[in-house]
Design a protein around this ligand. Structure first.
Ligand code: NAD
Length: 474
């Protein structure tokens, strides 16, 4: 398989090119390094037709066979993962180690999701009748994926949808289509034609998918703003939807924390993938007793981390993935400067081509500042001094988002008490972000609708069907 060229879509098990190329940029040097196909509306129709035609056969295929297809695919992805990680790192910007880690997490998700069982619920069982609820596949699923973790987030969708008996059309972000296209190419060897389709192109395709009468379910991961458009558009055909959206996750650092032991975790929870993680800490509340020590430790730790082109072996953090996001993060930094906030690190921009932003720490900005109120999705972190935990919980919850949060403390019981008061779908306690394939992952409030992962995530790719059966006496 050619890795850095010959990018084709996968429709009905076949390679499909397009007359319109979609240029893909390496965010480390802003140069176009590859072309992906830009899917036409007619090609989307072809993908939907193929997925629709494949659905009856696939949904009736025994689950053990569906599982085997997914496992064989997982093995082939793993066999190619080191080579594919290089491609991922070039289109996304993350370091090669970061890209390899993404593959490890994605393969873990794929394999473990594949072990799940679709439950049947026995609702009532009397002498005269029995009532039981089954879960049947929905039909054609459309999966729309963002650019921060293209491979991992695709695996939040693919195995659950396909194991449940649906066929799927996957659409990566226009900023990171390439690795997903190669995964589609690998998939041609393992799934019957039409079961696993991958298309690529510009931002037009998303709305075509969400309004397409042949697509029965949309699983969308992206910003809250776009998620609202998806919901609106999907309503015309009453599609089932799952929305995994933005966040403004808080980290709460209690005064008993062992700073030396935990600073590495505290740092990476915020700056992994240059802050472009939906569940990264985006505002950090630090108790006043240890505020200066934690702030200093973060500044010192940041000095050890090289921000640079993934092609340079010692680079740990890469650029922001795309120009629009780069400008958005720079705008938040400019706003913080204009308002006279103190920078503990990263005030000066980085030189040269590429969407690089230094690790930036802002010292105790006011609580109504944009850098606290908005999702930055980049390597900029406001540190906020607090005294009273009740007030902090109130401030953390006073937010339209509710994706995740993190608590750092030596006192596990206290952490659980605080966790129960946070209005978020996930709470990490002294643990770096990890999304478990067996646990439901969801956003509260405007961070999402529905659930991915776990049995709950699997069931989002099904309709329930209840049988009410009389017990015949003879
Ligand atoms: P985005 O909303 O701009 O785009 C996401 C995807 O939607 C892309 O594939 C894009 O092409 C497509 N799209 C664009 N317009 C569309 C439309 N009108 N209808 C349908 N699809 C459309 O988001 P992004 O900038 O790619 O990603 C960053 C955002 O994603 C951040 O807000 C981040 O918090 C969020 N995110 C959330 C999760 C989660 O699990 N909750 C995970 C990762 C990222």
């Amino acid at each position: 398989m050619e890795l850095f060229s010959d990018f084709t879509m996968t429709i009905d098990g076949k390679a499909v090119d397009s007359n319109n190329p979609l240029p893909v940029i390496n965010p480390a040097d802003e140069a176009v390094f590859a072309q992906a196909p830009d899917c036409s509306q007619a090609q989307l129709d072809d993908a939907v037709t193929a997925a629709k035609e494949a659905f009856p056969g696939w949904s009736q295929t025994p689950i053990e066979e569906r599982r085997a297809c997914l496992n064989n695919f997982a093995q082939a992805v793993e066999d190619n993962s080191d080579a594919l990680a290089k491609l991922l790192s070039t289109e996304q910007g993350k370091s090669l180690d970061g890209a390899k880690l993404e593959f490890t997490l994605a393969i873990n998700m794929l394999r473990k999701a594949t072990t799940l069982e679709i439950p049947t619920t026995l609702a009532e069982d009397t002498e005269e009748y029995i009532v039981e609820t089954h879960h049947v596949p929905i039909g054609v699923a459309g999966a729309i994926v963002p650019w921060n973790y293209p491979v991992l987030l695709m695996m939040f969708k693919l195995p659950y949808a396909v194991l449940a008996g649906n066929t799927i059309i996957i659409k990566p972000s226009p900023h990171t289509p390439l690795t997903t296209l190669k995964l589609g190419e690998i998939g041609r060897n393992f799934f019957p034609p039409g079961v696993f389709n991958v298309i690529s192109g510009g931002d037009d395709i998303g709305p075509w998918m969400t309004s397409h009468p042949g697509i029965d379910k949309i699983s969308f991961t992206g910003s809250t703003q776009t998620g609202k458009r998806v919901m609106q558009s999907a309503s015309s055909t009453l599609k089932r939807i799952t929305l995994e959206l933005g966040g403004n996750d808080a980290a709460i650092i209690l005064p008993d924390v062992d700073i030396k032991a935990m600073i590495e975790g505290i740092f990476w929870q915020a700056f992994d993938n240059s802050g472009q993680v939906c569940i990264a800490s985006k505002r950090m509340y630090i108790h006043e007793d240890i505020y200066d020590d934690v702030a200093n430790a973060l500044v010192e730790y940041a000095k050890l981390i090289k921000v640079g082109n993934a092609a340079e072996a010692d680079s740990v953090l890469g650029p922001v993935n795309n120009k629009a996001q780069y400008e958005r993060v720079l705008d938040l930094i400019a706003d913080s400067k204009a308002n006279g906030y103190t920078f503990l690190a990263g005030e000066e921009p980085m030189q040269g081509p590429g969407y690089f932003i230094p690790i930036t720490l802002i010292d105790n900005p006011p609580k109504d500042s944009r850098i606290i109120q908005e999702e930055q999705f980049g390597p900029v972190l406001p540190l906020i001094k607090f005294k009273d935990i009740d007030q902090v919980i109130e401030q953390v919850n006073d937010c339209d988002y509710g994706l995740a949060g993190t608590i750092w403390t030596q006192d596990d019981n206290k952490a659980v008490d605080i966790a129960k008061r946070l209005q978020t779908g996930t709470v990490f306690i002294n643990k770096l972000m990890y999304v478990c394939p067996f646990a439901s992952f969801s956003g509260h409030k405007q961070s999402g609708l529905g659930t991915e992962c776990g049995v709950e995530g699997l069931l989002e790719y099904t309709n329930s069907q209840t049988f009410v059966r009389a017990k015949l006496t003879n």
